[in-house]
Design a protein around this ligand. Structure first.
Ligand SMILES: Nc1ncnc2c1ncn2[C@@H]1O[C@H](COP(=O)(O)OP(=O)(O)OP(=O)(O)O)[C@@H](O)[C@H]1O
Length: 665
């Protein structure tokens, strides 16, 4: 495309020419004053600028009055006119401009000489000749400009249309975008809904599938059940038919049974009569049994009476380990001869063990002692109890029974009475008696006897009574005195002393353990030894016979006496001396009481000691007593042994009368 002609600042387009607003939004009036002033000063500024938006069309023009880029078509027309005019501008100095000169130089007819200065006419002709092609050229240019203008106008119009289209397109694009967005949103919503619907359907399908499989299973089991029922029905049908035939047989048998029944009824009536006869016989036998029991009791009592109401058993304990060592490692007892099961002899002579008979022969200075029974060191607890078990029976029959162990300290009294705790073989007379009593109580139950058992356990130390079944806290500030229950019954009791009901054998063991603990506490607190006190275990047995209406009340006293050392032998002093004196006094009084009873004295000195006072009812005429005299086999104890044996002999010689049964009133 040809370049647009430039405008000369000096050849401005007519001011009347109407100019459109510039492309960049600035109209002619928007030309800065600075530029206007510059233009007014006649100074022209050449600006060469690409005509943007005009299809790459470039124009070069003066900005004397027009500063806007991309002038409109009117403006273009004016500028073209100016350009035509400018092109023909002459240098007023009489010389053509450099461009025009060359052009003119080109137009001056070659071969003609240069007109002289004065030939103005000629020169004017030359110039007109030169201008003529210019005018033609100018017309062409004008035509071209007009074409350009038309084209520009068309382009402008097209542009306007395009802008309008663009706006419309943008609007519709935006509307479309919005609609698309809406559609997308709707689509997403729809997708979500469909998705949740799909999940719901899937869940429903799953549960339906599960239900279906369940139902299938049910159907299967029902099918199986139906099959089983059908089988059952078939079986039942078979059974019914069988039963029907059986029924027919049964009916036939029933008829025969009925006749048999009549026969049997007759037999039963006969048997009933026989049973009545048997019952009568049983009652007769029961009566005889009761009478037999009474006879047994009487005979039992008579046997004991024949044995004597106070009996004495002597028990010699074995040498203990330490004593064996001191006895030249021998368990041979040198100072005691066992003659038979009733007799022994004790002395300082030499025992001859080499006699032909095998029996130890009597040496010099031996004294013989005879008792109801003599137990050698080898005698077991069970063997000893065998001999006293009848006394336990007497307590159940309603007698007062007293079993006591007498002997010096360490002679085996406690071993005999209590034995070794928790060792069945070595348990002593108290636990064995209790066991025997409860066993007999059970047997007597079948004969109509029911018993109530109460236990007390006390200790007499220095003539003071202490309750071994009461804790120190319970016993605090309590005094224990021996009193008569009432004058009629003559029953002795100790004030504040605990009486604990005993339902079984086990309870008695608990009480024995409790008593042992109390003794241990007392021993620690008061620096005393158990051997320095008398301990008395009492069992009250009240029986009633629901068949015969009989009743009885027995009392069993099991006494472990304090050591019987003589004052001289004990060499005690101070508090121990007082203890020993008290013990000796009470033991001597026990002997005196027994003597007085034996001699049937009018006054029995029961009240001279707490022990005899307490045992008054069990040492009197209507009681049965047994004394163990416990003997130590140690040579060094020989004197005490002899003293004990002498005391026991005195007791053994007493006849304390005929025991009488205590009938409960
Ligand atoms: N028959 C026996 N068999 C075996 N050991 C016995 C026998 N008798 C007593 N003993 C033992 O001899 C020792 C003294 O016995 P025990 O304590 O019974 O004498 P005690 O006369 O009660 O003395 P204390 O008056 O001091 O209470 C104990 O170790 C005991 O186990």
């Amino acid at each position: 495309m040809p370049k647009l002609p430039t405008y000369s600042s000096r050849l401005q387009p007519p001011s009347a020419v109407k100019r459109p607003p510039s492309d960049n939004g600035m109209d002619e009036g928007a030309v800065s004053p600075e530029k206007k002033s510059k233009t007014a000063g006649g100074r022209a500024t050449q600006i060469s600028k690409p005509a943007a938006g005009r299809g790459g069309l470039k124009r070069s023009f003066s900005v004397a009055n027009v500063s806007a880029v991309g002038a409109q078509k009117d403006h273009s027309k004016n500028t073209l006119a100016s350009s035509k005019f400018r092109s023909s501008t002459l240098n007023l100095t009489g010389r053509p401009s450099s461009v025009s000169s060359s052009v003119l130089a080109n137009r001056v007819p070659t071969g003609k000489s240069k007109r002289p200065g004065w030939d103005l006419k000629g020169r004017l002709q030359d110039m007109e000749a030169l201008l003529k092609p210019r005018e033609v050229e100018q017309k062409e240019w004008m035509k071209k400009f007009e074409e350009y203008d038309t084209r520009i106008e068309a382009l402008e119009t097209e542009k306007t249309h395009l802008s309008h289209d663009l706006v419309q397109t943008t609007t519709s694009y935006e509307a479309n975008q919005e609609e698309i967005e809406n559609l997308r949103r709707n689509l997403r919503k729809e997708q979500d809904e469909r998705c949740s619907e799909k999940n719901n359907y899937e869940n429903t399908i799953q549960s339906l599938t599960f239900s279906k499989s369940n139902l299938e299973r049910q159907v299967n089991s029902l099918d199986a059940e139906i099959a089983a029922r059908q089988e059952e029905v078939a079986g039942l049908k078979f059974t019914v038919s069988e039963l029907s035939s059986t029924q027919a047989g049964m009916e036939a048998r029933l008829k025969s049974t009925e006749s048999l029944l009549v026969e049997r009824n007759q037999q039963i009536t006969e048997m009933m009569a026989q049973i009545e006869e048997q019952k009568r016989k049983i009652e007769e036998l029961n009566e005889k049994l009761q009478q037999g029991e009474m006879v047994r009791r009487k005979l039992h009592n008579t046997v004991l009476e024949l044995k004597g109401n106070i009996r004495v058993f002597c028990r010699v304990r074995p040498l203990l380990n330490e004593e064996i060592q001191n006895n030249a490692n021998s368990d041979v007892i040198h100072r005691i001869n066992f003659i038979d099961e009733h007799t022994l002899e004790v002395g300082k002579g030499v025992v001859n063990t080499s006699s032909m008979s095998g029996l130890k022969s009597r040496g010099n200075n031996f004294t013989e002692f005879a008792y109801d029974r003599v137990f050698q060191p080898t005698a077991t607890q069970a063997e000893v109890f065998e001999e006293i078990s009848q006394l336990a029976q007497s307590a159940l029959d309603g007698y007062n029974v007293c079993i006591f162990a007498y002997g010096q300290t360490g002679s085996g009294k406690t071993f005999t009475m209590e034995g070794v705790p928790n060792d069945e073989e070595l348990e002593g007379m108290i636990p064995r008696t209790v066991k025997h009593i409860f066993k007999n109580m059970e047997e007597l139950e079948s004969k109509g006897w029911a018993y109530k058992v109460e236990a007390s356990f006390l200790e007499i130390y220095n003539e003071t009574i202490r309750d071994l079944l009461a804790s120190p806290k319970e016993a605090k500030n309590l005094t224990y005195e021996i009193k008569f229950q009432d004058n009629k019954k003559n029953e002795i009791y100790v004030t504040n002393l605990k009486r604990i009901p005993v339902e079984n054998e086990g309870k008695v063991h608990t009480l024995l353990n409790m008593a042992q603990q109390q003794r241990a506490v007392a021993a620690t607190n008061m620096n005393e030894q158990s051997s320095r006190s008398h301990s008395v275990f009492q069992l009250r047995l009240s029986g009633e016979n629901s068949k015969t209406g009989d009743s009885c009340e027995g009392m069993l006293n099991l006494v472990d006496l304090a050591g019987s050392e003589r004052l001289k032998e004990s060499k005690s002093e101070g508090a121990r001396l007082v203890e020993t004196q008290n013990i000796n006094r009470s033991l001597a009084n026990l002997g005196n009481v027994i003597m007085a009873i034996g001699q049937k004295q009018s006054h029995i000195p029961y009240r001279n000691s707490k022990l005899t006072h307490l045992l008054q009812n069990s040492l009197g005429g209507n009681s049965k007593a047994l004394m163990f005299v416990n003997i130590s086999p140690v040579e060094a104890c020989l004197n005490e042994t002899q003293n004990s044996l002498r005391f026991a002999t005195r007791v053994n010689q007493c006849h304390i009368g005929v025991a009488s049964k205590q009938i409960k009133k």
